[in-house]
Design a protein around this ligand. Structure first.
Ligand code: GRF
Length: 196
């Protein structure tokens, strides 16, 4: 399975997937990391891991179609089967969605449909919820919508701080995302790009 990971920031999920591949828990290859943000720490991780990376910003394109057309070109050149969003802070537009129907995954730090959006860990914490969690889902045209593939609950304990909750959620993400990807590969859920 040939994967491209899209990230905009820290890239800890990208690294977790790369490590799961290196230790053969996931039978895949990361063809490249794509970053829309040249300052993303994920790029440093890619350098250390020896994984190719591509960086360009939508600001340098006339519109989203032009930007995604360039991205699609890179995906097709590399015969990417599956796009894995890992902290990619943009909505995927029709250019990529149509080319990669049911082949774009996202991970979100809440039990969707609860707490979509950018500050979901804080939102759940401040709402005094007793639990929140992690969701892996197929990407559609919405924000944090699309068919859910896996969810795992994380308890919010009275002694938790926002920091401790974030740490617990990231720990679950780093285990769950590689597991889900491997399951999709084993179940042959993802159509191979070069066999279309
Ligand atoms: C994760 O919490 C993920 O669920 C969300 O963005 C965060 C990315 O973290 N979509 P990282 O860049 O992988 O460290």
């Amino acid at each position: 399975m040939r994967i491209a990971v899209f990230a905009s920031g820290n890239g800890s999920n990208f690294q977790a997937i790369a490590e799961a591949i290196a230790s053969k828990q996931v039978e895949a290859t990361i063809c490249f990391l794509f970053c829309d943000n040249p300052k993303a720490y994920a790029i440093e991780r890619a350098k250390k891991l020896g994984i190719p990376f591509t960086v360009f910003s939508p600001k340098n394109y006339i519109d989203r179609v032009a930007y995604e057309t360039e991205l699609l070109k890179q995906l097709e050149l590399n015969q990417v089967d599956l796009v894995v969003l890992a902290g990619y802070m943009r909505i995927i537009g029709p250019t990529l969605l149509r080319a990669y129907v049911n082949r774009i995954l996202n991970i979100h730090p809440s039990l969707l449909p609860y707490f979509p959006g950018r500050s979901s860990i804080k939102d759940a914490f401040e709402a005094n919820e007793k639990q929140t969690g992690v969701t892996v889902h197929i990407v559609d045209e919405g924000v944090d919508t699309g068919p859910i593939i896996a969810q795992e609950k994380v308890a919010i304990l009275p002694e938790d701080t926002l920091d401790s909750l974030e740490a617990k959620i990231h720990q679950v993400e780093h285990r769950l995302y590689p597991q889900v990807i491997q399951k999709l590969i084993e179940n042959k859920t993802i159509k191979k790009a070069n066999k279309n």
